[in-house]
Write a protein that binds this ligand. Structure first.
Ligand code: PGA
Length: 227
């Protein structure tokens, strides 16, 4: 899955060197980022004209915190490849509302996202757009659901404070991406993955809205596909 996903990235940057990539965090894209770092070190990839925008960030969180997505992205990708510009919502800002407005403006100024990478939560979230009766179009400060807090608690050590809110891009930015690449990995995701192939929009599964986008590729590992 990671190798095939890296091929999609490689094709994108070869066709359009100044591509804007939408990037994701979590355990799912780590294999892809490793593969991109490997290909870059072998001289097979060049992101020197490309930009990136991450989906989300905990709020509040220090950039130096090992669980911040700032730290994650530098560790797994940005320290190893040569993007011209990288952007992540600022988990340290004193003014999250303004940060959301500014983040959307930066994505727009960059011309929108060419290739949006997404993972999926056990509850069907994309970015930190959690199941709800309404979905936000713009970047926003959101409460994390118990399901997400529980899923991510494994990364925080005991006694460490886990943020319960996050900054996330909304469906406006996701849907304005020209292409979407959704990665699903692990047996734990088999159930939610199966729902995406029901040919139905589930209002309580944010990822099912992606069925409305004209250019979505879903890649799964065997464990996720066995549902
Ligand atoms: P995971 O997270 O890859 O760590 O399962 C995916 C997500 O929550 O979007």
């Amino acid at each position: 899955m990671s190798y095939a996903a890296a091929d999609v990235f490689a094709r994108q940057v070869a066709q359009k060197p100044d591509s804007v990539f939408g990037l994701a965090t979590g355990s799912t894209p780590i294999g892809l980022y490793d593969e991109l770092a490997k290909r870059y070190s072998e001289g097979k990839l060049d992101f020197s004209k490309a930009k990136s925008f991450n989906l989300d960030e905990y709020y509040p969180i220090k950039r130096t915190h090992e669980q911040s997505y700032y730290y994650f992205m530098n560790h797994y990708l940005f320290d190893k490849v040569n993007f011209a510009e990288t952007h992540i919502p600022d988990g340290e800002t004193d003014n999250p509302e303004q940060e959301c407005v500014d983040y959307d403006a930066k994505i727009k100024a960059a011309g929108g996202v060419d290739l949006q990478l997404l993972g999926i939560g056990f509850n069907g979230h994309v970015g930190f757009n959690e199941p709800s009766s309404t979905y936000m179009m713009r970047t926003n400060l959101t409460d994390l659901t118990n399901s997400t807090l529980e899923a991510n608690s494994r990364f925080f050590s005991e006694g460490e404070i886990q943020p319960t809110t996050a900054l996330t891009i909304g469906f406006g930015a996701i849907f304005s991406a020209k292409k979407i690449l959704l990665l699903i990995s692990g047996a734990g995701k088999a159930e939610i993955a199966k729902k995406l192939f029901d040919d139905k929009i589930y209002t309580d599964i944010p990822a099912s809205l992606l069925l409305l986008h004209p250019d979505v590729t879903v890649m799964m590992d065997k464990a996720a596909a066995e549902g």
